[in-house]
Design a protein around this ligand. Structure first.
Ligand code: GRF
Length: 189
């Protein structure tokens, strides 16, 4: 089974997913889609010999992108630190096949502007005592698709956004590959 990962950050989640499925052989990451030249995830793709498709807001073409993705017959398209809103052409072409991970407990701290360190800064500023991760389906509304899994962690007194991000990353690296495997194991053909 093929997996496609969309990522535009450092790619630690992408790396965790690649490693997990290399070890159990149930699927393989056949393509990484990236919109950020120089992103860390590109080094991971190169190291692992995984093809990369760069996309650009100005030249993005719905039909060509859907066709390029379809050529991989992906069991799932996984957004792992991907910052653009997915265009409706993609959610329509791959219904219930696109999932995202968000570094907070949706519906709180979701929506525009809430990504990466911004989320953790907002969580700490609000005095929350816990945060967590949300793995969810992607539909046309940003951060609003059905939730697949949430996992919680504490926000500790004196936490910085960086310290909280580390705790969140641990949850993500543990639960994201396992959740993907669960979905693959229970997928209608
Ligand atoms: C993760 O925290 C994810 O939840 C968010 O972006 C971050 C990506 O981190 N959407 P990485 O690039 O996988 O290290």
């Amino acid at each position: 089974m093929n997996l496609i990962i969309f990522a535009s950050g450092t790619g630690t989640n992408a790396a965790a997913i690649i490693e997990w499925f290399k070890a159990n052989g149930k699927a393989r990451v056949s393509l990484i889609v990236c919109n950020k030249p120089g992103a860390g995830v590109l080094n991971i793709a190169e190291r692992e010999g995984i093809p990369v498709m760069m996309i650009d807001r100005h030249t993005f073409d719905d039909d060509a992108t859907v066709a390029a993705l379809r050529a991989h017959a992906p069991a799932l398209i996984i957004l792992a630190g991907y910052l653009w809103k997915i265009p409706p052409a993609l959610t329509q072409a791959f219904p219930d096949r696109i999932i995202n991970i968000h570094p907070a407990l949706l519906p709180s701290y979701g929506g525009k502007g809430m990504y990466g360190g911004n989320v953790h800064t907002a969580v700490i500023a609000a005095g929350e005592t816990h945060s967590g991760i949300t793995i969810h389906y992607v539909n046309e509304e940003y951060d609003k698709g059905n939730v697949i899994l949430q996992a919680h962690c504490n926000v500790l007194p004196g936490d910085t956004p960086g310290a909280l991000a580390k705790r969140i990353h641990k949850l993500e690296h543990y639960y994201f590959p396992r959740t993907i495997e669960f979905l693959l194991d229970n997928m209608e053909a």
